[in-house]
Design a protein around this ligand. Structure first.
Ligand SMILES: Nc1ncnc2c1ncn2[C@@H]1O[C@H](COP(=O)(O)OP(=O)(O)OP(=O)(O)O)[C@@H](O)[C@H]1O
Length: 381
């Protein structure tokens, strides 16, 4: 899958932009605050209908403008199609093939991307919420049904927590029949979310393990585990997961009413990373965290290819120059001639340009782009 053409109107510091994209590697370089990340953010938005760095769509509209528009021509194995997102004070319009998609879940994943940005370093040592967000957005991209289930789970969870609060505040009388019904609905949806997540983690582990091993110079073995919110749940026994959840919810009912919150479920699960059987959350160095995240991101490329039959577009925001030559080489081997990649960097000083042939360099200055041939840049380097 690749982006053939991208157009931006009033998007952050781009007043207008019209750009044909190279099918291989594009290196976007420029000083700080010139619009490199903004460009990747626009592409990410076309994939997941939301930004990777803000929850406020209005922030992406160019100051003093009424709307922002991002459109692109995408090519997959079968055909070429247009995607478009318009942001305004009235909300967000997402179009596939020029037709408004009233449900964003129908739009999400038409373009598949994998993004690796400096914030992803939080994946290993940050809060569990960051890891859940990661799993949700990756699964959501190629399993629209997962997104619907997640949406439903969050609605029921909110409804259940509101009910628990109302009981605690004595605003309403406890109705055990009603409470059992919403609990049952919550368990039903939780069961399928956990199934999806565990299968995803298994596949992620399968693909990332050999990548991690070679990235770490055959030194480190990576293991990824999906961790249940309660030690009473055994996720290796998936066949009776629903029953396990029913027993647990029954046991903690009184405590939940007392604390006015839903104590267990996928909204409190986590992912654990182990390197050579040591918990990475506790001990991994900056370099080891980077290697874990890189192997996960590369594994995702293969996972998406396995699931959709095509490699996604890879977006690397300011991460390549932090990698040593060995890791840069493995990354290049993985993407070469098969994954359209757009990477940003403030300087190309630390980037090994010698083996980069199927690529293009774009120099960016205050939202204005200029293409340079790799041979020219190599000469001046
Ligand atoms: N809504 C907006 N309207 C206009 N300009 C904006 C808007 N939002 C952000 N900007 C501008 O975009 C620029 C930042 O762009 P971006 O985050 O892409 O930088 P960058 O080139 O990736 O820099 P760095 O290398 O520091 O990460 C800043 O100059 C900022 O003022």
């Amino acid at each position: 899958m690749q982006i053939k053409h991208l157009e931006l109107t009033h998007f952050r510091n781009y007043h207008t932009l019209s750009l044909d994209l190279h099918p291989g590697l594009t290196i976007v370089t420029g000083e700080n605050a010139q619009g490199k990340t903004n460009l990747l953010e626009a592409i990410f938005l076309l994939s997941l209908a939301k930004s990777h760095r803000t929850n406020h769509d209005q922030e992406m509209i160019q100051w003093t403008q009424e709307f922002a528009k991002i459109s692109a021509e995408i090519e997959n194995n079968l055909f070429t199609f247009p995607l478009e997102i318009i942001l305004s004070s009235k909300g967000k319009i997402a179009k596939y093939n020029y037709i408004d998609q009233s449900k964003l879940s129908q739009f999400i994943g038409k373009l598949n991307v994998v993004l690796f940005s400096p914030e992803d370093m939080q994946l290993v040592k940050g809060s569990p919420g960051i890891r859940r967000k990661f799993i949700d957005s990756e699964l959501g991209q190629f399993h629209p049904v997962y997104l619907q289930k997640l949406l439903k789970y969050n609605q029921i969870l909110k409804q259940r927590n509101t009910y628990l609060k109302q009981i605690k505040q004595k605003n309403i009388k406890y109705d055990s029949v009603y409470f059992d019904i919403i609990t049952e609905q919550l368990i039903e949806t939780a069961t399928s979310i956990i199934h999806y997540r565990i299968n995803f983690i298994k596949e992620l582990q399968e693909f990332s393990r050999p990548l991690h091993f070679s990235l770490s110079n055959q030194r480190d073995e990576l293991r990824i585990e999906y961790k249940a919110s309660s030690s009473k749940l055994d996720y290796s026994e998936l066949d009776n997961l629903k029953r396990q959840l029913e027993i647990l919810f029954n046991q903690v009912k009184a405590r939940e009413i007392d604390q006015a919150v839903t104590l267990y479920g996928p909204h409190r699960d986590d992912i654990l990373f182990y390197v050579n059987n040591n918990l990475a959350q506790q001990f991994a160095s900056q370099g080891q965290q980077r290697t874990i995240v890189l192997s996960i991101k590369l594994a995702e490329l293969h996972l998406i290819e396995k699931s959709t039959g095509e490699y996604p577009v890879l977006l690397l925001d300011d991460v390549l120059s932090e990698l040593d030559d060995h890791r840069q080489n493995i990354l290049m081997e993985q993407i070469e001639n098969k994954v359209q990649t757009i990477l940003t960097t403030a300087t190309i000083e630390n980037i090994n340009l010698q083996n980069l042939n199927n690529s293009e360099i774009i120099c960016i200055n205050q939202g204005t782009l200029k293409k340079e041939s790799i041979q020219n840049v190599r000469k001046t380097k």
